[in-house]
Design a protein around this ligand. Structure first.
Ligand SMILES: [Zn+2]
Length: 270
């Protein structure tokens, strides 16, 4: 079925491709690295899904443009070498990958159309699109949070997630978060080992409050460096992970039961 419409990146009207919200290599990675073929994708409303939903978002040219950086991210950030190293060196692909992934997430959340925050989301979408198409600097801070999550009991310290905890969050979820007061709005996408996060309101961040998480044109993420984020954002991120962990854990347990294996949790702690 041919779908004709406006491409959400270049704004030209033409044939739109059916593209994944969460790139296919992420789904593949999850399937390949799961001990059992269980469901590890979450959609809206915390539903476990087998595959990433698809939408008609971009024209062929624009899907290909995003695909280039998605390929580089896959080769560099999800390679075994990268996953076993505490340092991740990156180049322009990291910033463009994050922008593309968060743009897809925003398009998937256009159901928020009637909300007052919708205007802010539309502005953010256009800013990311201009950055992706023309390299125009985006005023929005693109953040990447990895293994360092603050300890909710001691908000001044940073707790590193253990490899086991990371394995439990090795699914994916994506969405838009609003504060109950409507005061901040952020777009996020969690994929294995990475949480991408973009505050929409306010769009800039104080570097001192977000240490070691801002994505630059090139740089290095060091898992040994503490990562910091403001308390209210931390609570949201922690809530997000707390929501996904039990679901992934339960999904893994069921898959083990089906295959007649001892539960994954017992094998890991043994
Ligand atoms: Zn296009």
């Amino acid at each position: 079925m041919t779908v004709v419409g406006e491409c959400s990146l270049c704004l030209e009207t033409g044939e739109l491709q059916l593209g994944h919200i969460i790139p296919k290599f992420v789904t593949k990675f999850i399937k390949n690295h799961s001990e059992a073929p269980h469901k590890r994708l979450l959609g809206v409303g915390a539903q476990l899904l087998q595959d990433s939903p698809k939408r008609h978002m971009f024209c062929r040219k624009c899907e290909q443009l995003l695909g280039k950086d998605e390929k580089l991210f896959n080769e560099n950030a999800l390679s075994d070498a990268a996953l076993f190293s505490s340092q991740l060196r990156y180049d322009g692909w990291m910033l463009r990958f994050a922008a593309g992934l968060l743009l897809r997430t925003m398009i998937d959340n256009r159901a928020l159309h009637e909300t007052p925050q919708r205007k802010e989301l539309e502005r953010a979408e256009r800013s990311l699109a201009k950055f992706l198409l023309k390299g125009a600097p985006t005023g929005y801070a693109l953040l990447r949070i990895s293994v360092g999550i603050q300890d909710p009991e001691r908000l001044t310290s940073t707790r590193m997630r253990t490899p086991y905890e990371q394995a439990l969050t090795a699914g994916t979820t994506w969405g838009v978060r609003t504060h109950p007061t409507g005061q901040f709005l952020a777009v996020f996408a969690q994929i294995p080992f990475h949480v991408f996060w973009m505050p929409v309101v306010p769009k800039r961040v104080k570097e001192s409050e977000w240490q070691n998480v801002k994505i630059r044109r090139r740089g290095v993420f060091d898992a040994n460096q503490p990562q910091v984020c403001p308390v209210e954002y931390h609570r949201t991120i922690d809530f997000l992970l707390a929501e996904t962990e039990p679901l992934f854990r339960e999904s893994a347990r069921r898959a083990d039961v089906r295959q007649g294996k001892p539960p994954t949790t017992e094998r890991r702690s043994a």
